[in-house]
Design a protein around this ligand. Sequence first.
Ligand SMILES: Cc1cc2nc3c(=O)[nH]c(=O)nc-3n(C[C@H](O)[C@H](O)[C@H](O)COP(=O)(O)OP(=O)(O)OC[C@H]3O[C@@H](n4cnc5c(N)ncnc54)[C@H](O)[C@@H]3O)c2cc1C
Length: 438
Amino acid sequence: MVVAGGSIGGLAVALFAARAGHDVVLAEADGFPVPSGVEETWRGWKRRGVPQFRQLHGTQALGRAKLASRAPDVLDRLRTAGAHDVDLLASRSDARQRTGAEGLVQFRCRRPVLEWVLRQAVAAEPRVGLRSAVEVTGLVVAAGCRPRVTGVATTRGKLPADVVVDATGRRSRVGEWCVRSGTAPPTTCTVDTRQVYFTQWFRRDAAFTGDDPMLRVELPCATLLVLPVDAGWFSATFFAPAHDRGLRAALHSTDGFLGALRAVPSASTWIEDARPIGTVQFMGRLANQLRRPSARSPAGLLPVADAAVCTNPTWGRGAALALAHADALVDLLDAGEEPATLTAAFTAWTVENLEPWFHDTVLLDAETNARWAGARPAPSPERPFSHTDAVRTTRTDAGLHVAYLRYRNLLDMPAAFWSDPEIVDAVHAGSGALGGAP
Ligand SMILES: Cc1cc2nc3c(=O)[nH]c(=O)nc-3n(C[C@H](O)[C@H](O)[C@H](O)COP(=O)(O)OP(=O)(O)OC[C@H]3O[C@@H](n4cnc5c(N)ncnc54)[C@H](O)[C@@H]3O)c2cc1C
């Protein structure tokens, strides 16, 4: 098996597959030497292939659960590197005994720390051949009534493979590779989020613990998220409408950003004893995206993680979905099916388990964009209540709080939350009692 792309998705596939007894060659286009220590991961690790490398990364509880079952040593190494576990019910004793409360734990660290620890674990696997500075440039395909991959072309020659995992992320060129090999590209669907990101990093002297909460503030024209991670580092991020040029101009400069942060009372206290690190980091052109192999795409070609399903990062889903996708792929590899059957089964799994998160994120974005425009979306069969009302009601309804956290942490599928009649009734009753204001 060849895995193209050695970021979170590709590393997870390589690690989980190797530990399940499969041989893997992992080709990663970036070639900068991997740092020797955790601090160098931030200062010196050049990851041109991952523009979001130094953006905030929260990891939902599903991601931690997948690591705990497939690679618990990686969680231990993350803790050694400064990551900390966060009990999401720490401040809600009323919710702790509710059904589903178990497993609501995240880990928090900077993304380079997560990738560094994963990369070290993969490098130690004897079944993985790690090829840095090797870019995959195309597919090698055997013709037939159902064409099948027999390898990849790379900047360093061909690599043979019966299965090719495309883990090259949201900008994957797999469609071009298919067309050039005379096969059908995956079908794609892209929905612009119409949102942009501004992140400023800070550091305080004391390290964070599981008791340090994150802060999410819904402002009239933007959302602010303050996320404590490892070793006293925390990020402050404004998610803002892409079209608001005035706001964008203000948030681009460190002074403007700090001014905006100080204007939010609950956030201003965070920066009293902390120093800003670096400058404001901008990220735009964010889209929700699906790439699904068609029945005429080559057998053995498997897009994973962002290359298959990419969701607006404001909801912090990508890393956990990548780990879950890798976990599911290895379950199917273990069944030992031939490539065409494996491809069909993996595509079906993705449609059932990952694509709902794409559709859910598109609906969440629509509500956010409407709220920033001063509107309120009308209820629909898919959205019988708003996200805003659900969050408000969780403050007084412990059962709903657990259900909401399980959905937000990807432990329960979107339909289990939005279509459960008891949840619908609870939110309607709760938001009515609370006044239902946006
Ligand atoms: C601004 C921003 C913020 C985010 N915040 C969060 C968050 O808070 N929480 C969260 O869970 N997720 C977040 N994400 C998403 C998260 O980064 C991804 O879901 C996660 O990295 C998994 O992506 P991936 O491994 O599929 O691809 P990527 O991380 O995009 O990596 C693709 C890899 O493939 C390599 N590559 C590309 N082309 C080739 C080629 N031809 N040959 C070989 N190698 C190649 C690249 O160098 C890179 O290493 C964020 C994303 C963005 C854009």
